[in-house]
Design a protein around this ligand. Structure first.
Ligand code: ZN
Length: 203
């Protein structure tokens, strides 16, 4: 399975990193080895001094598809989740300056937190979900799926033009503003519409 990740999908986050708003979604991938194993702490890798949290709504693909029309995209997922796209920001900035790919900064072991899954039928409208990341008891990121520049169904349509979506693939839909550093000893918890979706420790 693969993790397809979207960048720059929330206006306020684009501004906080001084990025340009793009004409199309920014897309990158993480391998399955980047998924943080359940109940394991996130260990800060030795190659970075600035690991950032990016809380993101996740979508799990349940049907194979290619060139999916956004009208039919809702048939390709039943479950919505929440996770973290951990980013070695210092390394990513170096790579961006040199116009090199981001994988070393985004796709390393443990860089993808995949929390619990909820059936989308629990929600009236998946484009009106609120979610947050809580660090050591304080809310550090808050977002609403209504603020996405490209909505979930549009993202599925877009990425499936390039990549065949397979059962079990996960889409990371981008982070809202409030990204920031994590340190050893931190505790991170994710909430989606009041549901606790994950809780991890940083080592
Ligand atoms: Zn991200």
């Amino acid at each position: 399975m693969k993790l397809i990740c979207i960048g720059r999908n929330y206006t306020e986050h684009i501004a906080e990193l001084n990025n340009e708003k793009s004409e199309h979604p920014v897309v990158f991938m993480k391998p399955d080895t980047s998924i943080l194993l359940k109940k394991m702490p996130f260990v800060i890798p030795s190659f970075s001094n600035e690991i950032h949290h990016e809380v993101e709504v996740l979508v799990k693909i349940n049907k194979i598809g290619k060139h999916i029309d956004s009208k039919f995209a809702h048939k390709y997922y039943d479950e919505i989740g929440l996770g973290i796209d951990f980013t070695a920001r210092d390394l990513q900035n170096t790579l961006k300056e040199k116009s090199l790919p981001w994988e070393k900064a985004k796709a390393f072991d443990g860089a993808a937190v995949v929390g619990d899954w909820l059936n989308k039928a629990m929600f009236q409208n998946i484009n009106h979900l609120s979610f947050s990341l809580i660090k050591n008891g304080d809310i550090v990121q808050q977002g609403k799926t209504s603020q996405m520049l490209w909505k979930i169904d549009e993202l599925i349509a877009y990425v499936s033009q390039y990549f065949t979506l397979k059962i079990g693939d996960i889409i990371f839909t981008g982070t809202p503003s409030g990204v920031g550093p994590v340190s050893s000893g931190d505790r991170l918890e994710g909430e989606l519409e009041g549901h606790k979706m994950f809780a991890i420790k940083v080592k």
